[in-house]
Design a protein around this ligand. Structure first.
Ligand code: CMC
Length: 443
């Protein structure tokens, strides 16, 4: 914390009273000036506020980080009130219209769109790192036939660290680059192997002639044919979904990657933590829950009863609400447009009618409007995944594939940020103290 005088000296006299928060501690009568930068005050500045020299100093209490910025970042920008999302400054709508997922992954990792030469090298490198070590395949074969593919994914991503021990050298440029390439390249292979395992089908190896989304579809669905020929409209819809899911600033899984990465562990282990966090029903697991919810509702006639249940807090409207967006999630808007295109190829889904009607009724209802609850990215994405022929267990796995580029970009930013250190929050201890041990026979 700077006193106003010292701060003014540092700024050559430029600091004004508006850049400071004046705090008076009524316990001592002392006043403090806390510098305001980028709309924040530094939590560590509060530690100077003490009742006496022995006092630890004030802390801030913020369960679930509802109002705490944990990092500076240049990767994703969100304006939750306006419903805006940009990657490295490019609006998500522009990227979905003109770009492709692999190019977006490059943008997230390197900060700029690639030149033609950089693009050629990047595409070649990713394509030629899609294979996984045969022992990873054997590891996957050891899972039960009905293992949740997300559980398989998180353990195999973690296992990759044992195949690339050099990745422990987290400050080495080449190791960083290779971890980025390997993670982005291998994730679809691991995801598809997990899917084929569940069906008891032989795993399909990557096909280097195919683009990123087409290759993933081939590894999922290829049977006896010589080459899998994906419908280009479906491949494009999947690629757009990949773009939309690539990054979303400090969400729960990215925070997990950064938190675990802050211990200086290798990037595969840090990303495995991200996969685990994504697995949860309040995060990436929500798309799976949306489809289950629509199944349970069963017909548009049952929507009023369902919404009553939500308002009575017996249910949650999955795919609605967001910590940051207090407006329509821009990703949901783009996905909604693609649902119709996909269903044109694959045939109608009765669940779409329920989803559209449920959205309409919820947005007409004060309970949701007062709380600014709108559809989020997960509300419509499950319908596309289902139309593509994916079982619900695969939905979160498909979310994890593109989010990997975001996790890696955020991990790179973390390890290059001098201000970061091991992430270690404080607590308010509410428990007992200094109790005397009582022997078992006396309890
Ligand atoms: N259905 C019913 N009520 C809700 C919902 C919902 N989906 N979401 C929030 N609320 C209510 C909540 O009960 C609270 O009401 P009150 O103030 O009366 O207690 C109010 O809205 C504020 O909600 P909150 O739980 O304090 O908000 P949060 O920021 O802690 O939670 C959320 C955000 C996404 C976890 C939550 O909206 C939710 O559980 N949504 C459903 C799950 C979901 O769709 N998750 C995907 C999120 S987007 C993809 C991703 O980033 O992973």
């Amino acid at each position: 914390m700077a006193t106003q005088d010292t701060q003014q000296e540092r700024d050559g006299g430029a600091a004004t009273a508006e850049n400071f928060l004046s705090v008076t501690d009524n316990r001592t009568g002392k006043s403090y000036e806390l510098e305001i930068t980028d709309g924040t005050v530094r939590a560590m500045d509060f530690r100077e506020i003490k009742v006496d020299d022995d006092d630890f100093g004030l802390m801030t209490y913020d369960p679930a980080f509802k109002n705490t910025a944990s990092t500076r970042s240049r990767i994703a920008y969100i304006d939750g009130d306006a419903g805006v999302l940009e990657y490295r400054g490019y609006p998500i709508e522009e990227l979905c219209e003109h770009s492709n997922y692999l190019e977006v992954a490059y943008l997230l990792i390197y900060g700029e769109l690639p030149t033609e030469e950089q693009w050629g090298a990047w595409e070649h490198e990713i394509t030629h790192h899609t294979y996984v070590h045969e022992n990873i395949k054997k590891l996957m074969e050891g899972f039960r036939y009905d293992a949740h593919p997300m559980g398989m994914l998180l353990s195999t991503v973690g296992a990759l660290s044992t195949f690339y021990p050099g990745a422990n050298n987290i400050t080495d440029d080449d190791e960083q680059r290779m971890a980025a390439v390997r993670l982005i390249a291998k994730m679809p292979t691991l995801a598809a192997f997990a899917y084929r395992h569940n069906l008891g089908l032989p795993y399909v190896y990557p096909d280097n002639d195919l683009g990123y989304a087409e290759n993933f579809l081939s590894m999922l669905f290829k049977m006896a044919e010589w080459k899998y020929d994906a419908d280009p409209r479906l491949a494009r819809a999947l690629d757009v979904l990949f773009i939309l899911h690539a990054d979303h600033e400090q969400n729960a899984s990215t925070n997990a990657v950064r938190g675990v990465g802050s211990t200086q562990v290798d990037p595969y282990s840090a990303v495995a933590a991200g996969v685990s966090a994504l697995y949860g029903p309040l995060h990436g697991g929500a798309n799976e829950q949306v489809l289950r919810m629509l199944d349970r509702i069963g017909s548009t006639d049952n929507i009023p009863d369902f919404l009553e249940g939500v308002k009575n807090r017996e249910e949650r409207l999955m795919g609605f609400g967001h910590r940051v967006y207090k407006n329509y999630d821009p990703r949901a808007r783009i996905i909604k447009r693609h649902v119709d295109e996909v269903l044109e190829v694959t045939g109608k889904s009765p669940k779409l009618e329920i989803a559209v009607e449920l959205e309409k009724r919820a947005l007409d209802d004060e309970f949701f409007t007062e709380r600014k609850l709108y559809p989020n990215v997960d509300y419509y994405s499950g319908l596309i995944y289902e139309a593509l022929g994916m079982p619900t267990e695969m939905f979160t796995v498909i979310f994890a594939i593109p989010r990997t580029s975001g996790w890696v970009a955020q991990w790179l930013e973390l390890v290059q940020d001098d201000e970061q250190a091991i992430a270690r929050p404080r607590q308010i201890y509410d428990g007992e103290r200094e109790r005397e041990y009582v022997g078992l026979e006396e309890r």
